[in-house]
Ligand binder design. Structure first.
Ligand code: FAD
Length: 454
């Protein structure tokens, strides 16, 4: 016969571990955490590359120095995580064209301002159109702007839209927690925070979680739920039963067919899941025998302006984080991410080298190693993070988060204010576990009431 626990948590990323910790702190100890991969952390993931620890997933603690404390920054301070301040604002003054010339700062600043103004303009028009559409059902999207944008304009557009719209749209993370961002540069990895949290409620020894309530390599495939409980089946044929489930898989996984629900999820839930976009964000790491790029904090980020939007546009050197590591990082997104994920890494290396030779001349040394993460083709991720269309109906958020029977949803994508961030995952874990604790309390009350009636 099966042992039944109070709660099964699916996924051991930041949201799942946080939810489990809050449950444990509130006396719910009989839980099982089922994690598909062979490790905790999910999209917080370090790997050794070129002699240092690099972060394939989340790399920054974003939102520091503002009116409210960022809870992840507080954890990082508490556990002594090593971080480096990242100054993005200089990136616009380090734009290279295809001949290796740096765009003069005046022109760069001008183009930047123009791009921001036009993005704000577009956003306003879109808002008005959406209102009109809502009233007359007619699509007003016009197709003006027929002139081809220049490589600089494309590069700036990419930075503004595929990275952050902070200068266009107020982003809650920066409004609440501040505009500063800190790069995690710790050999123990960003996931050290998860380990330290786990230590408080799971059995650990010598840096490893050994508690048998955490089960790795358990790929959940089926959730069967009824008025009385939930049955969870994993790919290796195991069956787990519980009163409740907290499901922390990403929005990309929810959109895929990895999980089946019995009965199927209601239409309102499926529609909300479909409405949320998935962003793919890929950091490609390149190791060199020596440094040939300009260093210094104001040179940390540099931009390549090419006629193809998003083509190896955004670069970072790792000299601030790890001096002497001779590592460069280039970030690709969406279509470009998907393209390089399907090609051999040697092809990606060749493309990246050609771009670097455009910027720094033909005599630079070849990279001696490359690391290309594949978030899109990872069936336990299916993308990097959620991206709600800017003008989203608040109902979409509400429905993505809302429980279905005994299944509660958590994860970065359920955080209305901070989706897409580590702190979004963390706060959603707290939120969901509190909602579940409240539901458990009510169920207990209902039971004791019906007992006194008998
Ligand atoms: P996850 O970490 O995805 O946890 C879900 C877990 O569920 C995973 O461990 C997964 O393996 C598991 N799982 C999936 N399917 C199953 C299944 N069927 N059965 C069992 N387990 C399953 N945020 C920042 O704040 N700053 C950054 O700089 C930043 N950069 C990023 C860069 C990249 C490349 C990526 C990918 C993300 C980045 N983020 C960043 C976002 C941040 O990493 C996420 O918002 C956060 O880690 C998500 O946590 P989560 O718990 O919601 O989900």
């Amino acid at each position: 016969s099966l042992s039944r626990s109070s709660v099964i948590i699916v996924g051991a990323g930041i949201s799942g571990i946080t939810a489990a910790k809050v449950l444990a702190e509130n006396g719910i100890e009989d839980m099982v955490i089922l994690e598909a991969s062979d490790r905790v952390g999910g999209r917080i993931r370090k790997e050794t590359f070129g002699g240092v620890s690099v972060e394939l997933g989340a790399g920054w603690i974003a939102g520091v120095g503002g009116p409210k404390p960022n809870p992840v920054w507080e954890l990082a301070s508490q556990f002594g995580l090593r971080t480096c301040y990242s100054d993005y604002s200089n990136a616009r003054y380090n734009i290279y064209d295809r001949s290796g010339n740096i765009i003069p700062s005046g022109i760069a600043a001008d183009s930047y301002k123009k791009a921001v103004d036009s993005a704000i303009q577009k956003l306003r028009c879109q808002e008005e159109e959406d209102e009109e559409e809502a009233s007359d059902g007619y699509d007003h999207h016009s197709h003006d702007d027929e002139t081809t944008p220049s490589p600089i304009e494309l590069a700036i557009d990419f930075i503004l839209h595929d990275f952050e719209m902070a200068e266009v749209e107020p982003i809650s993370t920066f409004v609440d927690f501040g505009e500063r961002e800190f790069l995690v540069a710790d050999e123990r990895g960003y996931d050290y925070l998860l380990y330290k949290m786990a230590e408080e409620f799971l059995f650990t020894s010598e840096g490893r979680i050994l508690d048998n309530r955490l089960k790795l390599n358990k790929v959940v495939r089926e959730l069967q739920y009824s008025k009385s409980g939930v049955t969870v089946k994993t790919e290796d044929g195991f069956v787990y039963e519980a009163d409740y489930v907290i499901l922390s898989v990403s929005i990309g996984v929810l959109q895929s067919h990895l999980l089946s629900f019995n009965p199927p999820l209601p239409r309102w839930k499926l529609e909300a899941i479909e409405k949320c976009d998935v962003m793919v964000y890929t950091k490609i790491f390149l190791k060199f025998p020596y440094k040939f790029w300009p260093s210094g904090p104001e040179k940390e980020f540099f931009i390549y302006a090419h006629e193809r939007r998003g083509y190896y546009t955004f670069w970072q050197h790792m000299e601030n984080a790890y001096p002497g590591s001779n590592i460069l990082v280039v970030t690709l997104t969406n279509g470009e991410s998907k393209r390089v994920e399907t090609q051999p890494d040697e092809d990606t290396l060749r493309e990246a080298m050609a771009v670097l030779k455009d910027m720094f001349g033909p005599n630079i040394p070849d990279a001696i190693d490359i690391l290309v993460p594949r978030w899109w083709n990872n069936r336990f991720q299916r993308g990097s993070y959620s991206n709600y269309p800017i003008i989203s109906n608040p109902k979409v958020f509400h429905n993505i988060k809302a429980p279905v029977g005994r299944i509660f949803f958590t994860g970065e994508h359920t955080s209305e204010r901070f989706n897409g961030y580590v702190h979004g995952g963390y706060l959603s874990g707290i939120d969901t576990s509190k909602a579940l604790l409240e539901e458990m309390r009510r169920e207990k009350e209902r039971k004791s009431e019906s007992q006194t009636l008998l």
